[in-house]
Design a protein around this ligand. Structure first.
Ligand code: SAH
Ligand code: SF4
Length: 349
């Protein structure tokens, strides 16, 4: 008999399954807490479940977990973590401590099906979507590391690791609800959770209508369709004007300011003209522009914009009343950019 993965079941589904096996219904709540709040990997760790029931459960279900396989600490405090999935893939997460917060960056897929030309993950094949429990596990394990290293819990979560979260919509949403769940999950506030997307219009609209109101970041990276399509193929089917419409709806439903991420690529998208054009995309709803320093990726033709041009770009945006700041690249000595760890340390698995 094939065992069911119990971590893919809701509490109601566990209730249904265990009553079929003769366990009392209320045990589902206890099992659920062992699975999510204690993150156990064996039924014999469930102390308030009788030995006989532990054995019965283990005959019908399996508990799949994600484990930490490598931890690298940068001189700037950033910690990059490689995880092994239950089926042997490598994914990655990063802990980024700053003055007022500790942010965890997590992955949503093994690899990515999109091939943005500047991104290391784009070179990896998309192997599969991650399950909600695997996304949750990354946060759980990173939180443990943060507690151990800094003595404090994670404060913020960003879906900015490997993969396109809005192309794994259902599992990403499930993971968000579990992370947010105070009673059974980690109790992380919705306002502290950000999903970053390359721009999947239909799913931005779907997200706008969810009960939970999280933050959204759009990886824009170019100020017009012509340039954006050159670096992000997904722009062909999701052009900027459609994205802006969807973001406008997202803002009207959530009242959460939208973030644009904009990597400065030397000589490509970093001129004063580009900045002016970008400013014109910030007029329809409140936007915050994160200017990102490029983390060089081997095999790409791109270079980081020099400081003077970067400052002029920022100044131009601000003079057009656009809120913006430069996000310094973190963990440079450990390849903390998107997808780089999996690529370099482990090879593509
Ligand atoms: N697929 C989603 C989320 C993962 S990528 C997205 O594209 O938004 C997270 C962010 O890292 C994106 O803004 C992405 O463009 C950026 N990024 C990718 N490669 C980078 C690099 N080499 N240097 C700096 N940022 C990079
Ligand atoms: Fe995928 Fe995002 Fe990288 Fe593009 S930037 S290849 S969408 S992970």
């Amino acid at each position: 008999m094939e065992k069911k993965n119990i971590r893919n079941l809701t509490k109601q589904e566990i209730e249904f399954e265990i009553t079929k096996l003769g366990l009392p219904k209320f045990k589902a709540q206890q099992i659920f807490l062992w699975l999510w709040q204690a993150n156990v990997s064996h039924f014999d760790e469930m102390k308030n479940i009788s030995k006989a029931h532990q054995i019965l459960l283990s005959e019908h279900f399996e508990i799949l977990n994600t484990t930490v396989s490598i931890e690298q600490k940068s001189t700037d405090g950033t910690i990059k973590v490689g995880f092994k999935t239950y089926d042997g893939h490598t994914i990655e997460g990063v802990i980024i401590p700053s003055e007022d917060r500790i942010t965890a960056c997590i992955s949503s897929q093994v690899g990515c099906s999109l091939s943005c030309t500047f991104c290391a993950t784009g070179f990896l094949k998309r192997e599969r979507n991650l399950f909600a429990f695997e996304i949750y596990d990354q946060v759980y394990l990173l939180n443990k590391i943060a507690l151990h290293q800094f003595g404090v819990r994670l404060t913020n979560i960003v879906y900015m690791g490997m993969g396109e979260p809005l192309l794994n919509y259902d599992e990403v949403l499930k993971s968000i609800y579990m992370l947010n769940d105070v009673e059974n999950g980690m109790g992380l506030g919705a306002k502290r959770i950000t999903v970053s997307t390359s721009g999947i219009t239909r799913n931005i609209l779907k997200l706008a209508n969810e009960k939970i109101k999280i933050n959204l970041a759009l990886s824009l990276h170019a100020p017009n369709n012509e340039k954006r399509t050159q670096v992000m193929d997904i722009n062909k089917s999701n052009p900027i004007e459609d994205l802006l419409e969807a973001l406008k709806t997202f803002y009207s439903k959530t009242r959460n300011k939208i973030t644009y991420e904009y990597i400065l690529l030397k000589g490509f998208n970093d001129s004063v003209e580009d900045a002016k054009e970008l400013a014109s995309l910030c007029q329809d709803f409140p936007v915050y522009v994160n200017i990102i320093e490029y983390n060089p990726v081997e095999g790409t033709p791109y270079h980081r914009t020099p400081k003077e041009a970067r400052d002029l770009f920022l100044h131009t945006l601000r003079s057009h009343k656009v809120e913006s700041k430069v996000r310094k690249s973190r963990g440079k000595d450990i390849d903390a950019a998107c997808g780089q760890l999996a690529n370099k340390v482990f090879g593509n698995q």
